[in-house]
Design a protein around this ligand. Structure first.
Ligand code: HEM
Length: 415
């Protein structure tokens, strides 16, 4: 049955929709009147699965699904709700080798291994190097600005720290970091015609990154360094990743750690420049609640999905085994049942139980502490060196079915 809360043919996963706006009014209507609703896949989608999915829009339900992997599998179907024609079924099968698309016990084994590289101590050990990098990124952006002091915030600032952090974390030489940028764009931005990504281009990027990572792993095995690669591949056996497993982990880091943080930073800057009182407050007090609010506000990952492992009930609806269930983090993060005045950008919001890093289950974002550190470091550096930044145009948004992305944000330095 057609959803009474939405206009006929409305599609939450339409890349054109996200390119224009995040559908907050529609999410609000769904949360109120049809919080779990079957959305038929619009005709003509030749992507991965044309059978439709349940849209889950309330905070409590998104959290419930995320924390019950025995009822909602990540493996049966892959994370992103809608792929386009450039992604083949073979590629979807390959994606199941990425931990985001695994279930316990396989997921538990891989997660236990890789989280050794993300302990609070491991992240703290990156802090000083990343602080220096954040300041130097901002200084370089200032030096590269045009004569009228205008520059693109995304390419000059937002892109840089997440890339450099991943390079630092996995020990990729800094001169190779643009390769990671290029590969991750090709894997995440397949909906956007500007990048002209065909199936061949996407597959080639994935193969290149796996082979790059495997070479890196082999080199570190031979000659260990103080990086996560050396730790993860140190010895054969149960407690380590095999070379191909390591390759797929690096693919995940390149997309999950890169595109997400970049877009949080771009949206955060845009939010500050459109809410000048929050920017003034930030410059004065630098509240340590800022990064969480930026991630809630931006919600870079709009949605991921699961598949029901049995017949069950959710939000008053009967879900059948094998049905796809779409988790709309953007909607959950604006649920008035949980957030006072959710449409307000408030960097002092506390508590802030947003689901921007996931709903708290076994797949909860592994890189959260690193992302929060990066966001804090970059905005500190911007507030120090570019306090008088102004918007110089509207953001140019990414065309995507799942990523709330900004491709370009022109800004002008006034002081
Ligand atoms: C998983 C968001 C930064 C690595 C996830 C998930 C979300 C997410 C929504 C899925 C959670 C779930 O399914 O329950 C974000 C956002 C970020 C960010 C919004 C930045 C603002 C990072 C960084 C890294 C990272 C910096 C690493 C360098 C991962 C990994 C997973 C993941 C490895 C998969 C975990 C698993 O399957 O067990 N992230 N992420 N993320 N993220 Fe992040």
């Amino acid at each position: 049955m057609h959803c009474p809360a939405l206009p006929e043919g409305f599609d939450f996963t339409d890349p054109d929709l996200l390119q224009a706006r995040v559908p907050h009014p529609e999410f609000a209507r769904m949360r109120q009147t049809a919080p779990v609703w079957w959305c038929a896949q619009p005709p003509g989608i030749s992507g991965f699965d044309d059978s439709g999915y349940w849209a889950v829009t309330r905070h409590a339900d998104v959290k419930y699904v995320s924390t019950h992997p025995e009822l909602f599998s990540s493996h049966t179907n892959t994370a992103v709700i809608r792929f386009n024609e450039s992604i083949s079924r073979d590629q979807i099968e390959v994606q199941k080798l990425i931990m985001l698309n695994m279930d316990p016990p396989e997921h538990t084994r891989v997660r236990q291994i890789v989280q050794r590289g993300f302990t609070p101590r491991a992240i703290r050990s990156l802090e000083e190097a990343l602080r220096t990098r954040a300041h130097s990124i901002v200084e370089t952006a200032i030096a590269n600005a045009a004569d009228d002091n205008t520059f693109d915030f995304v390419t000059n600032i937002a892109v840089e720290l997440p890339l450099q952090a991943i390079a630092e974390l996995i020990g990729v030489p800094q001169e190779d970091r643009t390769k990671i940028f290029d590969w991750s764009n090709k894997m995440a931005a397949y909906d956007d015609p500007e990048y002209a990504i065909t199936e061949e281009v996407g597959t080639e990027a994935a193969m290149e990154i796996v082979s790059y990572a495997m070479n890196l792993a082999a080199a570190r095995k031979e000659c260990p360094a103080k990086d996560i690669v050396s730790q993860l591949v140190a010895a054969e056996g149960e407690g380590n990743l095999g070379p191909d497993e390591f390759g797929f982990f690096v693919i995940l880091l390149a997309v999950a750690g890169n595109e997400t943080t970049r877009n949080a930073i771009s949206h955060g800057m845009h939010a500050f420049l459109t809410h000048p009182e929050q920017w003034e407050l930030y410059k004065r007090e630098r509240p340590d609640t800022t990064a969480e609010e930026i991630v809630r506000w931006a919600t870079p990952v709009v949605s991921f999905q699961r598949t029901a492992t049995q017949d069950l009930e959710l939000g008053g609806q009967r879900i059948k085994k094998g049905d796809r269930v779409g988790l709309f983090y953007s909607s959950a993060n604006n649920d008035p049942e949980v957030f006072t005045d959710p449409q307000a950008y408030d960097i002092t919001r506390d508590p802030n139980p947003h689901l921007g890093f996931g709903g708290g289950g076994p797949h909860f974002c592994l890189g959260k502490s690193l992302a929060v550190l990066e966001i804090n470091l970059i905005f500190n550096a911007i507030a120090d060196a570019l306090p008088g930044l102004k918007l110089a145009g509207d953001p140019r948004r990414l065309r995507s079915a799942w990523l709330n992305g900004i491709k370009e944000l022109q800004v002008t330095r006034t002081t």
